[in-house]
Design a binder for this molecule. Structure first.
Ligand code: PLP
Length: 369
């Protein structure tokens, strides 16, 4: 991508396209990260992020990608077994992290085409006690959205904490951290927040962080107990990725200006528009293109489009690139038979129309219509 392309050409489901003024904000001089100027910057970031998380709790800022805070969630969950809900590539990663941190982890689910059912979760919770469960709110590999409010209600009846990866949920679809009593919810900078990659943000409930002290082997870099201590001083435990913090402050203010509710609505409209486009495309070209996610569990931020047998999703992605737009290929086991359009972050309906038109043209070319 050339640095001179106009905004509205990059529809990867992460990293997402960043507004020029947000990029520009990173070109500020360094600051000592212990001192008043930094604390002011950090407080500004908190004012931006808290309404996005819908929380009164402080927002931890980790200089890592989102996977870092997934690991932190596992390391800091109170002692006990962990139930991992798997319905896609990223929820599978969460389960792998639990196992690789030496936790007693049980997987429930496994099907990619829908959320893990509450029945299956309840069966598992009845069978034995779990300290926590892991869930991916918006599965970026499939476009499937899980109802984390209902899941949390259920889990809390069994005294099981809920660790939520909302990496492509937060700032694109409603997340009510406080009202839904989420124990820990995390995201990365480079998805629906439309910041460059390199930061992760998370919120822990008071109960979760109080119990985290009992977790042994939390390590150092991802010890949320440390994050909690520093966040109250408007600081981070270690040297933060300062340039990205400048961008976060500016983006938080941009999002406040739009309002989080309007941002959610814009994402809903982008999702609906993309889905209608898929259905019209299928009719027009007479080939089995479809939306992978079930109609009642779609995320607003990304659509995985299934392609008919015999059509190469890779050829579609490459043809779209020749027209000046970036979309995503399939992910994991859906690599060959889906492509993905990331309609999240700061994209507009007009921008989305342009990439969909380029994609339709490409498909007609690939099908030789
Ligand atoms: C992108 C993504 C991640 C991983 O994020 P990194 O920033 O690459 O570590 C985790 N979960 C979901 C749902 C994602 O979309």
């Amino acid at each position: 991508m050339s640095g001179n392309s106009p905004f509205g050409t990059f529809f990867l489901p992460g990293p997402t396209e960043v507004r020029p003024e947000v990029l520009q904000s990173m070109l500020q001089p360094m600051l000592p990260h212990r001192g008043a100027a930094f604390e002011e910057l950090f407080a500004r970031i908190q004012r931006g992020l808290k309404p996005i998380f819908r929380t009164q709790r402080p927002v931890y800022v980790s200089s890592s990608s989102a996977t870092g805070l997934m690991e932190a969630a596992i390391r800091c969950a109170r002692p006990g077994a962990i139930l991992c809900l798997v319905n896609g590539a990223f929820s599978e990663r969460f389960a792998n992290i639990a196992q690789s941190c030496g936790r007693d982890a049980t997987v429930v689910g496994g099907e990619w085409s829908a959320p893990v059912s509450l029945d299956a979760v309840e069966q598992a919770l009845k069978a034995r006690p779990y300290a926590a469960l892991t869930v991916v709110h918006s599965e970026t590999s499939t476009g499937v959205l899980t109802d984390i409010q209902a899941l949390t209600e259920l889990a809390h009846r069994y005294d099981c904490a809920v660790l939520v990866d909302s990496v492509t949920g937060l700032a694109g679809v409603p997340v009510e951290t406080d009202a839904w009593n989420l124990d820990f919810v995390l995201t990365g900078s480079q998805k629906a927040l439309a910041l460059p990659p390199g930061l992760a943000f998370g919120v822990a409930s008071e109960k979760f962080i109080a119990e985290a002290g009992q977790a042994e082997g939390r390590g150092l870099y991802y010890d949320l107990v440390e994050f909690e201590q520093y966040v109250h001083k408007n600081q981070t435990p270690n040297t933060p990725a300062l340039s990205l913090l400048y961008a976060t402050a500016v983006q938080g203010e941009r999002i406040a200006k739009e309002s989080i509710e309007r941002r959610w609505d814009r994402h809903t409209r982008m999702m609906e528009h993309t889905h209608s486009w898929v259905h019209e495309l299928r009719q027009r070209v007479g080939a089995e293109f479809g939306v992978y996610a079930p109609f009642d569990a779609c995320t607003s931020t990304v659509t995985a489009v299934t392609v008919p047998i015999g059509v190469s999703s890779d050829a579609i992605v490459k043809g779209v690139a020749r027209r000046g737009f970036v979309i995503g290929g399939g992910y994991g086991k859906l690599k060959a038979n889906t492509f993905r359009i990331g309609h999240m972050g700061d994209h507009t309906m007009e921008g989305l129309d342009a990439v969909l038109e380029a994609t339709a043209e490409t498909i007609e070319e690939v099908l030789d219509l």
